[in-house]
Design a protein around this ligand. Structure first.
Ligand code: ADP
Ligand code: ZN
Ligand code: MG
Length: 489
């Protein structure tokens, strides 16, 4: 029997508000432990929460960006449970009346087709404190994170493979970072995911019993954990067993899921309306104002890049992955003297192969990349015009990195890097190279045609990479043919 997985994700995203959800404490990541705390977020008796307006605004932005309906009247609830990182003994969350509900997100599958993934809800809640197990023999507690605003995005069970779940999480990541409401930094826990998964016989219309894999903090982990869990459940069913409704943990070292608690041990949170907060009332004008301020999102921008700049889908996808990279690209294109498709593609190539490589190597964001987009545009034009070879292009790029304020043309001039395309000058160098390698030449004539590349390389070497490779190729072909013909006579 063939089985099909059914997956729904619950994604938590920390919001980039300056202060916490219900008090004035800073949300800054990495502050010394317990310095961003006050009686409200430490749960002192009698301390009263006050709702952060920016939190509501950011949640509405996310709701609108994901085609949700926005409730004009929504409630906070207490989710009661005891845990040492939860000083109040309850978490303020939304339960029956979440701010956003019934939306969808479009994902692009690898074959280029698209799929809409439904959203059940997006609600507001607060983060818990953090337990630190690896600094002392005792568990230490840092309450800086307690009360940091979160949204929880709950998808419908519309995902049908681990890969789709991965792509969906990527899409959510892209939306929250484009909106600027979450750093998206999964290593810092700013975006985390619980994955619900069940399997069913292919063609069946009902769902199987699901398990939930908790706290996945990287894209890879989500995919790997789901792949594992899907196989595990299929094996259970195929051997005649039944899947138990369990909460699991993913062990990235052993690459397996392990049960954390079963349904019998499941919490009864005894939700009830939060008596210390008034309902959240959202007037229509407010929603409209936020709607007007929404930026163009990643997928839309990708499609526009394909249309407007005639870029391959691959390029458009890479360039629009991050909003700031897409901005950089568009500024460079804006700076082109002749914005022809080949030059625009040239800019794209430079960003994809050089700029993004440097960002990865130096582990920096494009905001900290020193070369102005206009200089990259000039470099693309020098390459397109054939003023410099692609190899010299790399040299100029490296020099630009060291002297970002210099004009690329100035670098080319100062360093004498202009490409040699002059045929008579190159002919002489080609002749010299052949002169210097009589052995290779003989082997070439003897049938080792692969040595052609060797001769090209030698000419490039002799010109320090400045020779126009196209002209060199033509000349070499011509001269070698002439010589071969002469030798045969
Ligand atoms: P629960 O009440 O157990 O929390 P919810 O209905 O709130 O379940 O759904 C939680 C998440 O689990 C959602 O993302 C939803 O899409 C997903 N889900 C629900 N049922 C299934 C199922 N049978 N298989 C896989 N995922 C499911
Ligand atoms: Zn506080
Ligand atoms: Mg639930």
């Amino acid at each position: 029997m063939e089985f099909e997985p059914v997956i729904g994700l619950e994604i938590h995203a920390q919001l980039l508000t300056r202060s916490k959800a219900f008090c004035g404490c800073s949300t800054a990541f990495g502050a010394p432990p317990n310095t961003n705390t006050c009686p409200v977020c430490l749960g002192h008796p009698g301390a009263l929460p006050v709702l952060n307006k920016q939190m509501v605004e950011m949640t509405i932005a996310m709701g609108l960006a994901t085609h949700c309906s926005i409730r004009s009247f929504s409630l906070f609830a207490r989710k009661n449970y005891f845990y040492h990182d939860l000083p109040k003994g309850y978490q303020i969350s939304q339960y029956e009346e979440p701010l956003c509900y019934d939306g969808w997100v479009e994902i692009e599958l690898e074959d280029g087709s698209t799929k809409k993934i439904g959203l059940i809800r997006i609600h507001m809640e607060e983060d818990t404190g953090k337990s630190i197990h690896d600094v002392d023999i005792d568990t230490l507690l840092d309450f800086n994170r307690a009360g940091v605003p979160l949204i929880e995005i709950v998808s419908k069970p519309d995902l049908r493979s681990a890969r789709e779940a991965y792509l969906f999480l990527k899409q959510i990541h892209q939306i929250v970072t484009y909106l600027g409401i979450c750093s998206g930094n999964m290593e810092e826990g700013a975006l985390r995911c619980d994955a619900n998964v069940s399997v069913r016989p292919k063609g069946s219309s009902s769902f199987g019993t699901k398990t939930e894999v908790k706290n996945l903090n990287s894209f890879r982990h989500v995919e790997k954990a789901l792949e594992y869990e899907i196989q595990r459940q299929i094996q259970v069913l195929q051997s005649g067993g039944i899947v138990r409704q369990e909460t699991m943990l993913w062990d990235p070292v052993r690459q397996e899921t392990r049960p954390m608690r079963t349904k019998e041990q499941a919490h009864d949170y005894r939700y009830f309306p939060e008596p210390d907060l008034v309902p959240v009332v959202v007037p229509e004008e407010w929603i409209e104002r936020i709607r007007q301020s929404l930026p163009e999102l990643g997928l839309e921008r990708k499609r526009r890049f394909i249309q407007q700049y005639h870029l391959p889908a691959y390029d458009a996808g890479v360039l629009t992955q991050q909003r700031a990279v897409a901005d950089y690209f568009e500024e460079a294109v804006e700076a082109l003297q002749q914005p022809s498709p080949d030059r625009i593609k040239g800019v794209s190539n430079l960003i994809m192969t050089e700029v993004l490589r440097v960002l990865a190597e130096k582990n920096i964001e494009i905001q900290d990349f020193p070369v102005p987009p206009a200089s990259l545009a000039v470099l693309a034009e020098l390459l397109a015009e054939g003023t410099i070879s692609s190899r010299i292009g790399k040299t100029v790029f490296e020099k630009l990195l060291q002297h970002p304020d210099k004009h690329p043309e100035q670098i080319v001039e100062e360093e004498g890097l202009v490409q040699i395309s002059d045929e008579s000058a190159l002919r002489q160098i080609v002749e010299e190279v052949l002169e210097q390698h009589p052995g290779e030449l003989q082997r070439y004539f003897g049938g080792k045609k692969k040595l052609f590349g060797f001769f090209v390389g030698q000419v490039m070497k002799a010109t320090k990479g400045k020779a126009n490779p196209k002209v060199v190729n033509q000349l070499l072909q011509q001269i070698l043919q002439e010589r071969e013909a002469a030798a045969q006579q």
